[in-house]
Ligand binder design. Sequence first.
Ligand code: ADP
Ligand code: MG
Length: 243
Amino acid sequence: QTKDNQIIVVNNLYKTFNDNIHALNGVNISVNKGEVVTIIGPSGSGKSTLLRCMNLMEVPTSGNVFFKGEALHIKDKNINQLREKMGMVFQSFNLFPHLSVLENITLSPKLVLKMSDEKAKELGASLLNQVGLSDKIDSYPNQLSGGQKQRVAIARALAMNPDVMLFDEPTSALDPEMVGEVLQVMRNLANQGMTMVIVTHEMNFAKDVSDRVIFMAEGEIIEIGEPTQLFNKPKEVRTQTFL
Ligand code: ADP
Ligand code: MG
């Protein structure tokens, strides 16, 4: 793997909250272009913190995050531009309730990229088509199901033409019957070559779609490998790892 191929490199990352909660204890990981990496592990193991440190939504206590070869610093004046190139999708959708579906998607392209109304609408329509929601273009978030909201949130992140998509338990807040439609959109993205880092409890998805799986526990990476390696371990080893 050449360096040019690395989209995100996390180098010896530590994150401590309130001086005594050690959420990350020296994490190292690199994510290559086109790679789908899933992060699994018990609640409180530092998965969200790691993801949030990747785009400096959380500022690491020590260690570095490199994005396309560049070390990220919270005080850099281009930090917000760099962040836009890491599309973030949360468990809780975080759509703007007072904006229509189209406006949610086109807000950043218009504000940040100074895209014209016309171009932004074209982009929004094409992304909504991609996530199967063309008929919801003028709807408001409260008129959508959870699965539809999450698909809009994915479209909104894609609108900034990100180099990587970061997903934090994108299906955990959904009714079971809505999980599949969101995972399908994510599968399609993976097939199109999108680089993705996904925190998930969906083991079948992790098994099918990831190039590599990371097991975290207590702020550390316990294991990292291809899904076939990790999921085919003897049961005792697996149970240990998951607990
Ligand atoms: P996971 O996503 O794997 O469930 P988190 O990254 O959310 O784990 O949390 C890791 C640890 O850090 C937990 O002990 C959690 O309580 C703590 N933590 C996370 N965010 C904060 C915060 N903003 N303030 C204090 N403690 C936090
Ligand atoms: Mg979490």
